[in-house]
Design a protein around this ligand. Structure first.
Ligand code: GLN
Length: 279
């Protein structure tokens, strides 16, 4: 069998087993083959008549057919135009999280100190540092395995981010920041979404947080004022139906200029507020 026929057969299996559309299945087949053969997609497409080596090609395809996310098989996902290493220790970066980055960039004063909580792969912290090298960026995570990936990404992308291990603000006693960002776990523990698709393979602690999905967000919002400078901003991602309750939390914690921003799909996705200048 040559490469072109292997790609066609793989795409057709992916389409059937994973209910993908034809175009997505073709792209996945190429990505998986390029990873297996350690070549780029242009080479693959130009060498359709080369012999396909099933010993090298089949393992990646079988993993994907068993439902494993493409990003974990490739070991990589793009975020904000840069490649990030990912493993099952971290949430796969999502395009909607780029809105969190954009909203933070709009509010970052010059040479500000920024904190990213629940950093995971480090995609938010590293992107902020790369976009605004004048800022000092600190990031925390409860998972040591996630921090190891984040540190690898920071090194590969030449971003001097300070990583700390611990639960939310625990490793930051006495420190203050101009901007705090987070993409925390926010899915309800019993949500059926957790047992479908890619999400099944992602770390549960990065996704679920209590019966309503709001446990971490509540802790984050109530503690944040103690770690923000006067006039500082808190911005975080949340579920499409959590905008109102997140606004209420911010208001109870004394924040002003509270706002919810939509994602690409027009769904409520990021809520933010400013700590008053005067108490
Ligand atoms: N947006 C992700 C999802 O619905 C969840 C990300 C998160 O919990 N921070 O799969």
């Amino acid at each position: 069998m040559n490469l072109a026929s292997w790609l066609r057969a793989a795409a057709s299996q992916l389409q059937t087993n994973l209910s993908l559309d034809a175009a997505a299945a073709r792209i996945e087949a190429r990505l998986l083959a390029a990873t297996a053969l350690q070549c780029d997609i242009t080479w693959l497409v130009a060498h359709g008549d080369a012999a396909a080596d099933p010993d090298r090609l089949t393992p990646c395809l079988l993993r994907r057919l068993a439902g494993e996310p493409v990003a974990y098989i490739l070991g990589q996902r793009e975020f904000y135009g840069r490649p990030f290493r990912v493993s099952p220790a971290v949430l796969i970066p999502r395009p909607e999280t780029e809105h969190l980055v954009d909203a933070a960039l709009e509010r970052l004063p010059r040479a500000a100190s920024v904190l990213d909580l629940c950093t995971g792969s480090g995609c938010v912290a590293i992107t902020l540092k790369r976009e605004r090298p004048d800022c000092t960026v600190t990031a925390t995570d409860l998972s040591q395995a996630a921090l190891a990936i984040a540190q690898t990404n920071a090194t590969a992308l030449h971003a001097a981010v300070h990583f700390r291990h611990g639960d939310l603000f625990a490793p930051l006693a006495g420190e203050r920041f101009a901007v705090i960002v987070s993409n925390p776990p926010y899915i309800a523990a019993a949500d059926t979404h957790l047992s479908q698709g890619d999400v099944r393979f992602e770390p549960r602690m990065a996704l679920a947080s209590g019966t309503e999905g709001l446990d971490l967000i509540r802790r984050l919002v109530s503690a944040a004022p103690d770690y923000l400078n006067p006039g500082g901003w808190l911005l975080f991602e949340h579920g499409f139906d959590q905008g109102t309750v997140c606004q209420e939390q911010l208001s109870q914690a004394g924040f002003r200029h509270i706002k919810t921003l939509p994602d690409w799909a027009g769904l409520a996705r990021v809520t933010l507020g400013q700590k008053p200048n005067q108490p």
